[in-house]
Design a protein around this ligand. Structure first.
Ligand code: HEM
Length: 363
């Protein structure tokens, strides 16, 4: 059933014109992944995987220290004489498949998918990068630890980290840093977005590598703040706009950021709707007892953050917003390139860029 829903979503996306101008009434927030199996129907899964993890954690840690390098790992489940396990592309595809499977089945969450929050986890793990000092970035997965996990910007990302724990338990050889970024790529693909080529090679670091608070953007600020933060990571105007187009996915939560609502009518489908609505809709300041945010004049059900509105107030940004609003293909292509860059900033890869893996999306 979940698979049929995904096929329907893809057929829908393929039949949608590049300028993508479908109407609210035609779209439901649960469109992409209608209710499939419930989490409770698969209760055996996590505990089964958990047992494996618990039984060999110490030896795994030792094996890691010996093997080092890009994902080299010893599989010691009764095969201790076999030597280091070096994962291949097929092994990473299995991780991808497991994430895709969980996305299709764990639908009792938000608008029916954990995909958006996985995209956000990969972005917040990577968005701490500082090109001057080479610190931060996806290499390290230091958001596992306080204080980074407690930084205000990371509120709610525990849902994404917990969602991936059974995957880590099933594939203990993958580092958290590789897993979180692979999950971000998988989520984009599974939600109907472009292919996000990915390569392994990140290593987990300890709590000492946590980045200071304040490296991630503050949604209440203006265009200068967006440029300050994203220039620090090494992005230009065009790249910043493309990246923020990920707000086509998911929603804001009052108990996380304080903001509320989705940006468009299909928060579980990757599209250029964020840009189209930004340009075509009239956005009024919302009157409510919460932080300053904007709401659409037509339905008053959508929202934009002050930083989103800054993208149409600033000339340098606006030209790209208008281009992406009209040209979905350009957005998909440029988003894919810049999301790869985001997820790779500061990682000392041994795998060459031309050898990145292209994962097969689920049927
Ligand atoms: C100026 C830059 C940005 C700001 C200020 C910003 C701010 C926010 C805020 C306040 C939320 C709501 C969080 C919540 O309450 O759950 C959010 C959600 C989200 N952001 Fe951003 N963001 C920015 C850039 C990005 C980028 C570059 C990406 C990815 C490439 C991204 C992906 C997402 C996604 C997918 C969600 C939805 C998460 C969910 O549904 O749980 N954002 N963002």
């Amino acid at each position: 059933m979940a698979s049929a829903a995904r096929s329907a979503t893809r057929a829908f996306l393929r039949s949608t014109p590049a300028t993508s101008s479908f109407r609210p009434a035609a779209r439901s927030a649960r469109f992409a992944l209608p209710q499939g199996f419930r989490a409770s129907a698969r209760r055996g899964y996590a505990s089964e995987a958990g047992e494996k993890k618990g039984g060999s954690g110490g030896i795994f840690a030792l094996a890691f220290a010996v093997a080092g390098g890009a994902g080299a790992y010893f599989y010691l489940n009764g095969e201790s004489t076999k030597g280091p396990f070096v994962p291949t592309k097929e092994d990473y595809q299995k991780v991808y498949d497991e994430i895709a499977y969980r996305l299709a089945n764990e639908t009792d969450y938000d608008d029916g998918s954990y995909g958006p929050v996985l995209v956000r986890l990969a972005w917040h793990a990577s968005g701490t990068y500082d090109k001057e000092t080479g610190t931060g970035g996806s290499n390290g997965a230091t958001m596992r630890f306080a204080p980074e996990s407690d930084h205000g910007a990371n509120a709610g990302l525990k849902h994404a980290r917990d969602f991936l724990e059974p995957v880590k338990a099933k594939f203990p050889w993958i580092t958290y840093s590789d897993l979180w970024t692979l999950a971000g790529s998988a989520a984009i693909q599974e939600l109907g977005g472009p292919v996000i080529p990915w390569r392994p090679g990140r290593e987990d670091k300890d709590v000492a590598a946590c980045t200071p608070d304040g490296r991630l953007p503050d949604a209440s600020k203006d265009h200068r703040h967006i440029r300050d933060v994203f220039n620090r990571m090494g992005f230009d105007d065009r790249e910043m706009v493309a990246l923020i187009g990920a707000h086509a996915l998911g929603r804001a939560h009052t108990d996380r950021s304080g903001f509320e609502g989705p940006w468009d009518f299909s928060p579980t489908v990757f599209s250029n709707e964020f840009f189209r609505l930004l340009v075509e809709e009239k956005w009024n300041q919302r009157k409510w007892n919460g932080p300053a945010q904007f709401t659409d004049k037509t339905t008053s059900t959508l929202m934009m953050l002050p930083t989103d509105i800054a993208l149409v107030k600033d000339k340098g940004f606006k030209q790209h917003v208008e281009r992406y609003a009209k040209d979905s293909d350009a957005f998909f292509k440029e988003f894919a390139e810049v999301y790869v860059k985001l997820l790779e900033n500061g990682v000392p890869f041994t795998v060459k860029p031309e050898d990145r893996f292209v994962f097969k999306t689920s049927e």
